[in-house]
Design a protein around this ligand. Sequence first.
Ligand code: TNX
Length: 494
Amino acid sequence: ALLACLIAAAGIGCSHAPPAAVAEAAAPVVRIVPLPRSVEAHSGELQFSGAVALEAPVAAPNARRALEELLAGLGLAADDAAAVRIRLQLVDDAALGPEGYRLVVGDGIALSAQTDTGLLHAVQSLRQLLPAQAQPEYRLPRLVVADAPAYRWRGVSLDVARSFLPVDYLERHIDRMVFFKLNRLHLHLTDDQGWRIEIKRYPKLVEIGGASAVKGGRTGYYTQEELKHLVAYAQARGITIVPEIDMPGHVQSALASYNELACDDVDNLSTYSGLEVGFSVLCLYKPDVVYPFVRNVLEEVVAIFPSPEIHVGGDEVKHPLYADFVARAAAMVEEMGRTAIVWEEGSVADTRPDVLLQLWNDNYAIDAAVAKGHPLILSPCTYFYLDHGNYAGQPGTYDWCRKEGVPLERVYGFDPTAFKTAVGIEAALWSELVHSDATADNRLWPRLAAVAEVAWSPVEQRDYAGFVQRMSTLRPHLDALGIRYHAEPDLGWG
Ligand code: TNX
């Protein structure tokens, strides 16, 4: 302990600290975010340079590709004759679950999991242990990592409706999500200010709705081909894209495109570029017009997106027939072989208990829904609305949900365990005030790394100081990913 005390970084109060604490302080920080279930440090290092031997099963194509890209990026050739071997292995070990993995650094590197996705996560952990840039020589601490996520839903929602985000940005975003083991990309595809998904039966939705955006925001839309490409791109990286068609409110772009969807007494049927919410609604008194539209749109959505869950919106609308609408829309999704997600307001509807509710308003009066068994996606706005500032008063951010903003440490501090039916966490980036890729990056990062850890790592294992330490050493990796993150003072980046 005395030796540890002597070699510990200056400034640690050795004489007052108990020996165990000193040894801990001197132990190397294994910089993996999100924090793994268990890390067992062994003594010694594995050294290699130039080339490694590679072994990977054909049944794990996604993990293999990720590993090949990692090695190529570090200038390491794959050579069967190399002294150090990296082995990917599919194993039968129920304890690992569908996404868990083991990573062993000894005389070689062994990654094992039950699935391609588990191996993909293992590759990300290895990637974080290695430097971000090519080096003449690599050294890894010998260790055993055994890991699995606390929650199956680790997501982020992007509002591409108020302001469009181009396909190439979404691809880069997916690359960054993988690095932190995030696995659900929710696309908020429609809202008052814009309609972003091509629907072949209703071409005017994108001709008119796609040409609209919030004031200062970007217009545009995705063709079905582009969306299918994006789905495949995400799938190859272990990510499911969850589409949202927001109904029956937030539909001005649809009403402006197809006026018959509005009630006859609605006089403003032009596109909208303001910031208000809660003013538009499909005419629920015209079921013969509205429900065929909803069904036809959802049929095309389901044909593009293989996601088992389809989001039908349901937020911020007051209407006598609201609950009936939500029940019917959710039933349609179910007839199509999928499960509906609705925003928390939809808990008033009579739906099957497997319908997922997305909690957002810090209004936890959903006990009845939980008692019915509805799974919850947790997006409380005081923790996870990333259109709110990284710090209080950050220019260009909202603060309606929390005046002090949503700082990194607060995001990190969320405890999901009170929500018994929670399937996971999802952060949301609304885009009324987010009009460029750079601004999106600034709001999303580094806070999404905290979101990832909240969703992956059990609350009793998390601690902010450790997160800060691990994150601060990952900065070169965020730079290599091209992220224009907020220069977070807590991480020493400010
Ligand atoms: C609330 S949260 C909304 C969005 C806005 C956001 C702005 C929710 C389901 N609806 O329509 O964009 O606040 O922070």
